[in-house]
Design a binder for this molecule. Structure first.
Ligand code: TRP
Ligand code: SF4
Length: 443
């Protein structure tokens, strides 16, 4: 039984001061170029967060995650990684404000993934809805792979390696990713339960023991509670408290038992992340379905003017407008959804009126929308062209961002290793030839 295992760690721990800054972390898989659905569904929000000084933002390119589906043909991954970095920069992510990096350049993610995998029950992964859906729907690839199964575990590592004591860890994602963040929370709780130091204070004494007992009862202890035992071995009780807290969530526990706060302190190794669902405008694809590269219904951020028109001209409209003289309803038309993103209010009004009264034809409507989309995309594309012509600069930004991310990730990993193996493990430093010395010698 876990809760009977001998308590480890140092006992009493000091709570950390709450900090105002929040950590933001999110990423995308480099499986193709980014499209306007990515922009309005995520990037726009990422840029807004990066400009808010109360957030510290980490945005990355999840190239290992791309391998979970593209393992049999990896030829596109490197190029897509570069192109997505260009998309990020062109869309307004700023390396001076955010840490922008490439997952595989921070190998600590992989080490944390491995350690998390040790404590992740198979059942949790089997139940993730995206996993089941992908197995059912994706027929052109064999997804029955260990790596794909562990997708949410790697994603958890991606997130929680940027844990910062006392700072909320926030993951801005779309609806489809919420279940992943949910598993992440479960995994973190379990990890913290197993490996974070004991929580119950060993300050239990004759003066407070009655209240400690009340606390234990409140939390749900229904066995015997001997004063002697509490005084002698409060750590063992602390382990039980930690177990309960892990079950309901450490934050929930803290909130729920506020009045007893003197008696427990959690020194958690990893922070439980939370999903941030931002209201995003509806961006259907050209055929009215969800916009996705694989449906061929997307307009990418790198599309040419002509390419944009080629996509928009055959766009699906309200089927009621089969003929020019039939009035329609813009509320059921994807073209109108796009108008809302790109057109000024006069044009919106013009389209709305013209559609309902059959005063305009769909082609006029589409043309006006396409012109506005092109106007909107022009500066993004301009920046894209600049970065495409300066790929060295882009590569350097990836390198530097990844080096910065790595410093944070390495700090977390040190705490994680201490927690998992204990501080008395043989330090890796002593086994690796010359990190410090070699540098001194060669430099
Ligand atoms: N699964 C995410 C997607 O498909 C990509 C991703 C990987 C991610 N690791 C992450 C997103 C960590 C947020 C945080 O879009
Ligand atoms: Fe859609 Fe515009 Fe045609 Fe109305 S007029 S159905 S909004 S394209």
């Amino acid at each position: 039984m876990q809760h009977l295992q001998k308590p480890r760690g140092e006992g009493v721990l000091v709570p950390t001061a709450p900090e105002s800054s929040k950590r933001i972390i999110s990423g995308m898989r480099p499986t193709g170029r980014l499209h306007i659905g990515h922009y309005f569904g995520a990037l726009q929000n990422w840029v807004r967060l990066q400009n808010d000084p109360s957030y510290e933002c980490f945005y990355f390119i999840a190239d290992w995650h791309a391998l979970t589906s593209d393992y049999a043909d990896t030829s596109g991954v490197a190029e897509n990684t570069l192109q997505i970095m260009i998309d990020y920069l062109a869309a307004g992510l700023d390396p001076k404000k955010s840490v922008i990096f490439q997952q595989s350049l921070v190998p600590e993610h992989a080490e944390l993934h491995l350690l998390l995998s040790m404590v992740t029950p198979l059942g949790w992964l089997e139940r993730v809805p995206t996993y089941k859906e992908a197995l059912e729907n994706v027929k052109n690839k064999d997804l029955h792979m260990y790596g794909f199964f562990g997708y949410p575990v790697l994603q958890t590592a991606d997130i929680v390696i940027y844990s910062k004591k006392g700072a909320p860890l926030v993951v801005p994602v779309g609806e489809d990713q919420v279940s992943h963040v949910e598993v992440s929370r479960e995994i973190v709780r379990r990890f913290d339960y197993l490996f974070s130091p004991e929580v119950f204070t060993d300050e239990v004494n004759l003066k407070n023991v009655r209240e400690v007992k009340r606390f234990m009862r409140a939390v749900g202890w229904d066995g015997e509670l001997k004063t002697d035992d509490l005084l002698k071995s409060s750590l063992a009780y602390g382990h039980w408290v930690k177990k309960v807290a892990a079950e309901i969530g450490f934050d929930n526990f803290t909130e729920k038992f506020k009045e007893y706060q003197r008696f427990f302190r959690f020194e958690l190794v990893l922070v439980e992340p939370q999903a941030m669902l931002t209201k995003t405008p509806k961006v259907p694809g050209t055929d009215g379905r969800k916009m996705s590269k694989s449906y061929g219904n997307a307009v990418t951020l790198s599309e040419t003017d002509e390419g944009i028109w080629q996509k928009i001209r055959p766009m699906k409209t309200d089927p009621a407008r089969a003929r020019r003289e039939n009035p329609g309803n813009p509320d059921v038309c994807p073209v109108y959804d796009w108008h809302k993103l790109f057109s000024p209010s006069e044009t919106l009004e013009w389209a709305n009126q013209g559609c309902r009264t059959a005063g305009i034809g769909c082609t006029d409507c589409k043309r006006a929308m396409a012109d506005n989309l092109i106007r909107w995309i022009a500066p993004i594309r301009q920046r894209r062209l600049y970065y495409e012509a300066n790929q060295k600069l882009v590569r350097r930004e990836i390198q530097e961002g990844s080096a910065a991310a790595r410093i944070v990730a390495q700090r977390t990993m040190k705490r994680v290793r201490d927690a998992v193996f204990g501080k008395n493990r043989i330090l890796r430093r002593t086994l690796q030839p010359g990190t410090k010395k070699q540098k001194a010698g060669s430099g």
